[in-house]
Design a protein around this ligand. Structure first.
Ligand code: TRP
Length: 466
């Protein structure tokens, strides 16, 4: 579909549309469910002390994430262009300014930065497919699994290679366009991933340390909650839901007019949160059972799960399937991370989708070497938040996504007129009112509060007033 105007006088997308409501929900779920749930959530929760962090994270998902996601979809569907152009068009239409386009621009950049490291970790999962098949984890102890990880991650050539392969896979799918291939992958992948997480959960329950794992995740110890870990919880909520950078806005641009935005958002948020919690419940008992510590960092999942699989009947098979599924989950997310940049290049510079994807893919691939080297040659090079990887991660998750989300939800709540937003959300009375209140007050105030707290501004003001 290449016309600019749909029959009812509304714009239509230049990149085609989702074939059904289900296709959209699957695509957004595919972008949301990824390394964020299974790789990142457990180690971030571990580094931030568990319980209290998880609670704040859940609050952020529901109170802030949900309204932001709805705002992103409705803006996307109304604008029907890449996030930069969409924000420009709506900015003008709604009596604001075309400078709102900058919000989309920041999203394009955030997506590029995130994928630059995301692809490296996704490459780890590819390597772990091969390792699983080869049987190195069968009956392996914590030491063996740990050494396997160190050997691999410590060699920049190996990590660079898997990063390259993953980027090539991502470029391939994005170049083919929105509709083909992906839907099928997600339809099968998310349920299968759920099943495997349940298998791991059963194993964890029988590990003898389940209680300790549950206690770590759900007993809030607010002593451990620093301002930076509240920010990390907010950042993780944005990251895991794929919001704050226009990716969902770009997907929303391909959404048919009649689909319920509220229903779709709720389904995605529920699925995404369920998988993260399951991952935590599967992983923390194994951490305790094997003498590891929750704060072990980015290697956590790669150091716990292979051991569990190594001790199971049919472990080689299950482990292989698991890392295949995780790679798929990462793949369907990588596509979403590229979409804003690719859509922007296609529309702005009149390139074909394939050309745009290759250009953006090359750029991301190059940037990715900053992260590749962060785990070996440059692991001692530390500034600001730590290694290059730590800095890219911190900048994107903890600053760019919340800031993007703040501006997006502000735009939907305060700049867009009520008629436009209620038109998109299908003015369903109560739901619209609740969303509108959340978009105007709860979400922006919440995000601002966390951001300002983290930079110490609120403390500074409190000191002045005291
Ligand atoms: N949500 C993805 C995950 O949890 C990562 C991600 C962040 C993402 N922002 C995105 C994916 C935008 C697609 C689009 O793994």
């Amino acid at each position: 579909m290449l016309s600019n105007q749909a029959g009812d006088g509304k714009r239509s997308s230049l990149h085609g549309h989702w074939s059904s409501r289900m296709a959209f929900v699957l695509a957004v779920t595919g972008s949301a469910v990824g390394l964020g749930n299974i790789w990142k959530f457990p180690y971030i929760a571990g580094q931030n002390g568990g319980g209290a962090f998880v609670l704040v994270y859940l609050a952020c998902v529901v109170l802030i994430g949900m309204p932001v996601m709805m705002s992103e979809i409705l803006i996307g569907r109304r604008g029907r262009r890449n996030p930069v152009r969409t924000m420009q068009i709506l900015g003008e239409e709604e009596g604001g300014s075309r400078r709102w386009g900058w919000v989309g621009g920041m999203g394009v950049i955030a997506g590029i930065f995130i994928l630059s490291y995301y692809s490296v970790i996704a490459g780890w999962t590819l390597a772990y497919i091969v390792k699983s098949v080869s049987g190195v984890f069968v009956g392996a102890t914590a030491e063996v699994v740990g050494a396997e990880f160190e050997n691999y991650v410590g060699d920049w050539r190996k990590v660079g290679l898997t990063h390259t392969i993953f980027m090539a896979l991502s470029v391939y799918v994005v170049a083919r366009g929105v509709e083909r291939g992906l839907e099928q992958a997600v339809r099968f992948m998310v349920p299968a991933l759920l099943v495997l997480m349940l298998v791991l959960l059963v194993y964890s329950i029988n590990s003898g340390y389940f209680g300790q794992g549950v206690a770590f995740m759900f007993t809030p110890d607010f002593e451990k909650l620093t301002q930076d870990s509240v920010l990390a919880a907010l950042g993780q909520a944005f990251f895991t839901l794929s919001i704050g950078m226009g990716a969902i806005m770009a997907y929303g641009a391909y959404l048919p007019e009649e689909t319920s935005i509220t229903g779709a958002s709720a389904a995605v948020v529920a699925a995404d949160t369920a998988i993260a919690i399951l991952a935590g419940l599967a992983i923390f008992p194994l951490v305790f059972a094997n003498g590891l510590t929750p704060a072990d960092g980015p290697g956590l999942v790669f150091n716990t799960l292979p051991m569990a699989f190594g001790q199971m009947q049919g472990g080689v098979f299950l482990s292989t399937i698991f890392f295949v599924l995780l790679s798929f989950a990462a793949w369907t997310s990588a596509i979403g991370l590229m979409e804003p940049a690719v859509a922007w290049i296609v529309e702005r510079f009149n390139k074909t989708r394939a050309q745009a994807t290759v250009m953006i893919g090359l750029l991301i691939w190059l940037l990715g070497f900053g992260t590749v080297l962060s785990f070996n040659k440059l692991s001692e090079t530390r500034f600001l938040a730590g290694t290059i990887f730590n800095n890219v991660d911190y900048l994107t998750s903890n600053i760019m996504l919340p800031l993007g989300g703040l501006l997006i939800v502000w735009f939907a709540g305060w700049v867009m007129c009520r008629n436009s937003t209620s038109d998109e959300l299908g003015n369903t009375g109560k739901i619209f009112k609740v969303w509108h209140l959340a978009a105007r007050f709860l979400a922006p105030v919440g995000i601002l509060f966390v951001l300002l707290n983290a930079v110490g501004l609120i403390e500074w003001i409190r000191d002045r007033l005291a």
